[in-house]
Design a protein around this ligand. Sequence first.
Ligand SMILES: *[C@@H]1O[C@H](CO)[C@@H](O)[C@H](O)[C@H]1NC(C)=O
Ligand SMILES: *[C@@H]1O[C@H](CO)[C@@H](O)[C@H](O)[C@H]1NC(C)=O
Ligand SMILES: *[C@@H]1O[C@H](CO)[C@@H](O)[C@H](O)[C@H]1NC(C)=O
Ligand SMILES: *[C@@H]1O[C@H](CO)[C@@H](O)[C@H](O)[C@H]1NC(C)=O
Ligand SMILES: *[C@@H]1O[C@H](CO)[C@@H](O)[C@H](O)[C@H]1NC(C)=O
Ligand SMILES: *[C@@H]1O[C@H](CO)[C@@H](O)[C@H](O)[C@H]1NC(C)=O
Ligand SMILES: *[C@@H]1O[C@H](CO)[C@@H](O)[C@H](O)[C@H]1NC(C)=O
Length: 731
Amino acid sequence: MRRNIMIFRALVLALLCTGCRAALVSAQCNSTQLDGAAIEPCSLKISDITTTADPTVITKALPSLSTVTGWNQGQANALIQSITSAGFQINSSSSLVSLGTLVGGVPSATIKNIPPNEILTASQNPTFLTNILSAPAILQSSVVLKIISVDKTNVVQNVPDALAAYVPPVLLTNLKSVDVTLINKKSWSQQQAAVLFEAVSRVAADPEELSESLLQGFSCSSVKDLSLQKIRQLVKACRPRSGRNKVVLNEPQLICMYNYVKNDSTLSYTDLPPEVLLYYSYDKVPKENCRSYFSALGSADFSVLSSVLNKQSVLFSNAQNCLGISGTSLNRDQVGVLGNMICTLNPSYIQNSDPLILEKLKNCGDLSDTQVTAIQTLLFSGNTQYGNPTEWNLKTLEQLEVLPLYLKKDFWDKFSSSVREIYLKSFIPFLRKRKTHKWKMSRLSGASTVSRFRRSADCTVGTITAIKIAEEWFPFDYDSTQFDMCLDVTVLNDNLAAVTEKVVDESFQMIILNKLNLLYPSGLPESVVQLLGSTSRVANVSDISKWNITTIDTLSSLMNPDDGDWTSDQSKAVIMEYLSVEGNTLGTVEINVISSNLCSLDVSILKTITADNLQNANILDISSCSTDRKSALYSIANSSFSSQRSDPTMFILLISPYLGGAPVEDIRALSTQNISMDISTFLSLNPAVIMVRSRKRTESIFATIQSEKAKMEKKTSFLKTSGFLWTGPKS
Ligand SMILES: *[C@@H]1O[C@H](CO)[C@@H](O)[C@H](O)[C@H]1NC(C)=O
Ligand SMILES: *[C@@H]1O[C@H](CO)[C@@H](O)[C@H](O)[C@H]1NC(C)=O
Ligand SMILES: *[C@@H]1O[C@H](CO)[C@@H](O)[C@H](O)[C@H]1NC(C)=O
Ligand SMILES: *[C@@H]1O[C@H](CO)[C@@H](O)[C@H](O)[C@H]1NC(C)=O
Ligand SMILES: *[C@@H]1O[C@H](CO)[C@@H](O)[C@H](O)[C@H]1NC(C)=O
Ligand SMILES: *[C@@H]1O[C@H](CO)[C@@H](O)[C@H](O)[C@H]1NC(C)=O
Ligand SMILES: *[C@@H]1O[C@H](CO)[C@@H](O)[C@H](O)[C@H]1NC(C)=O
């Protein structure tokens, strides 16, 4: 009994220290009151929960534990396991709600066994909703599938706004009624918005009121029956507006928009999404207005441009013409007007131009290696607002904003290790908050690591403890040798999720995996595999073959795209490991979780997907699949969406992603319908299919030929003789 109280105190204390903070105000004890000094503070170790603590004690502590925020996946999983083993039933709305912040540790299989109405009731509880939003995606998706099963015709009403993205697009194709206000409040994915767009834009009285999430579904095929005026209003509604998020649009959408607005002289450049200007025909820009055109274009995201059209160089050469740019030295005014176009320029412009260029480069989504070198050359010259490198200090780093993320070792060498340390302590959390790509973080770690470590066979930087792991900039204060020396495998095992969330460097990940492999010589248990995060990517196929992957939760965790890409071999090994368990199949949930990694599976495995399961899945990107795999998936999708054939616009929308696997007869059959195919779909078609068509020179297949197409034809060999069409309005 006394032991249990001690453990409970340890838990409470641990929570207070872990930064789990204020929530436990009711804690009976604090660090000074706690008698036994033997308990290591500041971590709720998984071993405390799984081995030592009496589950009934943890269950008693549930009211406190459930209000604490900041659980990592390992802790949440272990606590839920502990309370369920003590007999706590997660079988109802009230039991789900009572789990509070621990809900993220509930296995999807548990959700599956709860009556749908109970889940629906829980989803109407604001606390549950807040908590489920920080739970793993697979759990959110399981909750939504349950809610949907209550009433498939009332999906828009029943699914909470913030979870709408998990609704299968196919369920949105035939809404009984279109309630714009309701639809507007939900966060839709681009695919869902595309499916909803036609119906919603038809009934919406004022396009200006449509949400950003809905407007991103604009497509040529869904607006083709609307009045030109309405279409223009819809395009205009996508412009940048204060207090609203950017409407993210892709190349086919933008080209389509351009074709609808190009004749309208009443629209000014700033009335449009700036990315539409990327596709403007320059002869339509009056010479005297070219400056205002480039100025508006300067706020566009140039990364939407595909390489097919080779627009970047054309745009810049027009800008040179308009702004009188000659040579590689841009003056302050020119830099100001060019804005984001700067991100596309070759490095010689960077090092020779007005230093204002550095401020513009801060807005670029990415910088090439040679651009970074040029930035450093400019900075090192000392002729910038950042002054002479010999006088650089902490403030300099701060003023450079995001740029240090890209800069190299010779830049970092200009700062003392103590300055770097202070700086990185706030810069790393800043980057993590911005969801910076892990490989960029890893590069930064390589460039900025303080090389103050002497070669040593001991841990000199400091033993890695739970407290250390909780520090914001961990493990940036270690190099890989010290990381290895200072990390005890028990500490690692007890804090695995906390460690793998933060470690981005491959050499560190190798160290983690090696230590775990030594701890579990016959293969990592599933509870460990589930917490590997990006560390999983350093495992080889023989490591993976020893893993237990039985649940969808583990599969989903491994397939998380935020943790980086798998090679085809690795991905296949992971998925086959899951499928080797009796009862596991490639169902709808699996398809969603696996997504493009399906391309790693053998055709015979893909053929086990049923039409029904594919129909209810999210729309897949199979562009990276081989031709035979595309064909297999197309065949299935062709049956999945056969009931949509009566509505050609909807059918093409749903089948498009699979058309790369369509045989020529099916493309021919589609071509007799009045539908338009966007350029990315067109390019995804099997080249053999295109060749056949072009030889036949069939007239007017998918829409009207636009001038863009003529330019495109020069770019891609198979388009040269093609009779295929560009998406766009009839002119
Ligand atoms: C711990 O509790 C005692 C008694 O309530 C109080 O005096 C002390 O300040 C507390 N210490 C901390 C660190 O909160
Ligand atoms: C949930 O489990 C508890 C305890 O076993 C039981 O009393 C209750 O009836 C169950 N509720 C539902 C909705 O099944
Ligand atoms: C894998 O799962 C099986 C069945 O659940 C179990 O018998 C086996 O011990 C597990 N292996 C490991 C390494 O966890
Ligand atoms: C896979 O990695 C392990 C260590 O993680 C190593 O021992 C083994 O030799 C590797 N196997 C292959 C086939 O590379
Ligand atoms: C696709 O479906 C259509 C209509 O049902 C059918 O005629 C065609 O043969 C199917 N194509 C494939 C490749 O299965
Ligand atoms: C296609 O559109 C044209 C002109 O708008 C119309 O005459 C024709 O009937 C349509 N064909 C089909 C199959 O809908
Ligand atoms: C744009 O103008 C051209 C030439 O005046 C005309 O042929 C075309 O139909 C117009 N397009 C639209 C979408 O208004």
